[in-house]
Design a protein around this ligand. Structure first.
Ligand code: GLA
Length: 666
């Protein structure tokens, strides 16, 4: 007998069916767990050390968070991003995350978890010595999962992060750690127009009575005819727009030269201020330096070719000026290449270049013939950093020699001076620079003085006083290029010491192809993504940093040229007011930062930096930038007006990319 009515019958059927279905489904694909530490960690890039460690902290200790030891987990060092393919098969991810006890209270990070380009969860700022955070993330339906560990927007020191007991619960399949998807290069800088455009710098200095050389930075199809009005007596201009000579009047004053550049496509007019006075480098020096490409393989021929390419590539047309030799041009006592071994000095004590530099005067003449300026390098110590002859006890003789050879820029690198005076007192740190600064002032040639001592003794506070025009504020960027944003942030804190004639220098532009600093290697492509390279250049321009490209001139591809040679971006760097920009908003929750640089004409340049692992739309409020209600917005990378915006502006910015804007109050 059937005691159930048809409706109840149907209900029972559904119950039995679903129970059977679910049971069979469960036995078919049982939930299971997979440890993060069992995945291929070697594929993950991290901020320090080679790759994250299985079941150990990033320096190889047992994982220990708030006094508790964990047998399983992953130890890494910020900044790190794990890209994990789940293909919709995961249920959840859980971990206990914090800074390892081994840092003894130091370090701070924020971990962010993303699923399919959406932020799923952000931790608190995890600090050394504090309790770790237990994190459980629902991953149902997620295909691409990212765990990003950032430095909490300070720096990466002691950011030893452990993801203890990090486990995926899966329905099916296996999570897979994959490389970050490659970002293809994208060119934002429009090609220069065929008709002439006169670019920055629009101000340059010369000391009374010194020889002057300046190539008018002008884009447009050659031949261009240059007509100059108001050129001081003693100077002449060539058909290529190279102004040279010696101003006859030694009076300290400013000349405003009106320049008209004409070709068959059109004409442009602008001015150049020539300031006769005692301060050089009124805008940040721009040029190329051989170090990161040629190291101890540099020759006079390469320097000449680089000067050629500075012109042929168009770099000189947007303001690059100095062609600089770094270390390894003198002789060494020992070197693998016998051509670089020889006596330090001749009988009169004159410093001797090695065999690859047979005629220094001929070399600077060549550089000057292009309208460019020449840079050289030495150390106040007996040896340079790469163990070539230094200037110790020959400072004045060498400076005179450099002037006689025709150099216009000197990089003075501390190196072995440590063996003469320990760098433990400000007086010791200042001494060699003060001495050289005084020597250079007495010369009848202008030599821009570049202090290189890696920021010791807060050089930004006294670099100017000892006669410096720019000073490195940190160690060699080649060793920490991936940290470029942190290097910039640190350099920006010294902003008030910068100004015309005195610049904070966070080191070279390592774009294009450059060689690994740790092995003085052959040039390789820049490890930064295209968006990061835009950010790097934007930061250097906002900070009014010296702009010295140190990549391979021969492999200057279109993408790198677009980064290096955007005259509107460079104009921000070369702004005659010379205010160093700095970050004014760091939004940790949304992971972006806004930098600002007030400009000479009353407008403001801002950089909106997306520090997130995914593209995001960022809104800036004029109010929070201290700007008036209506702003005309101009995109500097694209050289495009974006219209008038009231109260705010929103834009979408790729992962680690930037929007570099000029804002003009309406
Ligand atoms: C130091 C400097 C570098 C470079 C090398 C040359 O490391 O910081 O910029 O000049 O010396 O040896």
């Amino acid at each position: 007998m059937n005691y159930l009515n048809p409706k109840q019958n149907f209900g029972l059927f559904i119950f039995i069916f679903s129970t059977l279905f679910c049971c069979s489904l469960n036995s078919f694909c049982q939930e299971r767990t997979v440890y993060l530490d069992d995945l291929n960690l070697k594929i993950v890039k991290q901020g320090w050390g080679d790759y994250p460690k299985k079941n150990l902290s990033c320096v190889g200790n047992p994982i220990k968070l708030n006094k508790k030891i964990y047998n399983r987990g992953v130890g890494t060092h910020a900044n790190t991003a794990f890209y994990i393919q789940l293909s919709g098969n995961a249920i959840k991810f859980e971990t206990t995350i914090g800074i390892d006890d081994e840092t003894e209270g130091k370090g701070s990070v924020i971990a962010r978890f993303y699923g399919d380009n959406r932020l799923l969860y952000t931790t608190q700022t995890l600090k050394g010595g504090a309790s770790p955070e237990k994190v459980i993330i629902d991953l149902n339906g997620i295909s691409n999962f990212i765990i990003s560990i950032n430095d909490a927007y300070d720096d990466t020191s002691y950011d030893h992060v452990d993801l203890a007991d990090a486990i995926f619960t899966m329905n099916d399949g296996q999570p897979e750690l994959v490389a970050r998807p490659k970002e293809e290069p994208y060119i934002l800088t429009p090609s220069p127009s065929l008709s002439p455009q006169i670019n920055s710098p629009r101000i340059t200095a010369v000391r009374p009575g010194s020889p002057f050389i300046f190539r008018i930075p002008c884009t447009g199809e050659r031949p261009i005819q240059f007509q100059l009005e108001g050129l001081p007596e003693g100077l002449t201009v060539t058909s290529e727009g190279i102004i040279s000579g010696t101003i006859t009047n030694r009076e300290m004053r400013t000349y405003t030269v009106q320049i008209t550049a004409i070709n068959k496509h059109g004409k442009d007019q602008n001015h150049l201020h020539i300031v006769v006075g005692e301060t050089l480098a009124l805008t940040p020096p721009m040029g190329w330096n051989h170090w990161y490409t040629h190291y101890d393989r540099i020759t006079s021929e390469i320097i000449k070719q680089s000067a050629d390419m500075m012109v042929s590539s168009g770099m000189a047309d947007v303001g690059y000026q100095y062609v600089s030799i770094d270390d390894c041009w003198a002789n060494a006592e020992k070197h693998k290449d016998p051509m670089r071994v020889g006596p330090a000095r001749d009988e009169q004590g004159n410093i001797l270049p090695n065999k690859y530099f047979p005629d220094m005067k001929d070399l600077t003449d060549y550089i000057h013939s292009k309208g460019l300026r020449a840079g050289i390098y030495t150390s106040p110590g007996p040896q340079t950093c790469a163990n070539f002859t230094g200037s110790y006890q020959h400072e004045e003789q060498d400076a005179r020699q450099f002037a006689e050879w025709g150099f216009d820029f000197l990089k003075y690198d501390w190196c072995s001076y440590t063996n003469i005076l320990p760098p433990n007192k400000i007086e010791n740190l200042k001494k060699p620079y003060q001495e050289m600064g005084m020597i250079l002032k007495k010369l009848d040639r202008d030599i821009v003085f570049n202090l290189c001592q890696y920021g010791m003794g807060q050089v930004w506070k006294w670099g100017k006083e000892v006669g410096g025009n720019c000073w490195r504020t940190a160690g060699d960027l080649g060793f920490e290029l991936l940290q470029y944003h942190n290097v910039a942030r640190r350099n920006a804190t010294y902003w008030e010491y910068a100004g015309p004639g005195a610049w904070n220098d966070p080191d070279y532009l390592l774009l294009g192809y450059s060689g690994d600093a740790s092995v003085m290697g052959e040039p390789k492509p820049c490890p930064l993504t295209p968006s990061e390279q835009y950010s790097y250049m934007s930061l250097w321009c906002l900070m009014a940093s010296p702009l010295f490209y140190s990549g391979d001139m021969e492999r200057l591809d279109d993408f790198t040229k677009n980064i290096l040679c955007n005259p509107e971006v460079i104009e921000i760097n070369q702004d005659p007011k010379g205010i160093q920009g700095k970050p004014i908003i760091t939004n940790k929750e949304k992971s972006y930062e806004i930098w600002s640089k007030p400009l000479y004409d009353g407008s403001t340049a801002i950089g909106i930096f997306n520090l997130d692992e995914i593209e995001q739309n960022i809104t800036v409020l004029w109010d929070e930038l201290g700007l008036t209600e209506t702003q005309k917005v101009h995109d500097l990378w694209r050289q495009q007006d974006l219209g008038v915006h009231t109260k705010s502006f929103s834009t979408s910015i790729p992962r680690h990319g930037v929007a570099l804007l000029k804002l003009i109050s309406e």
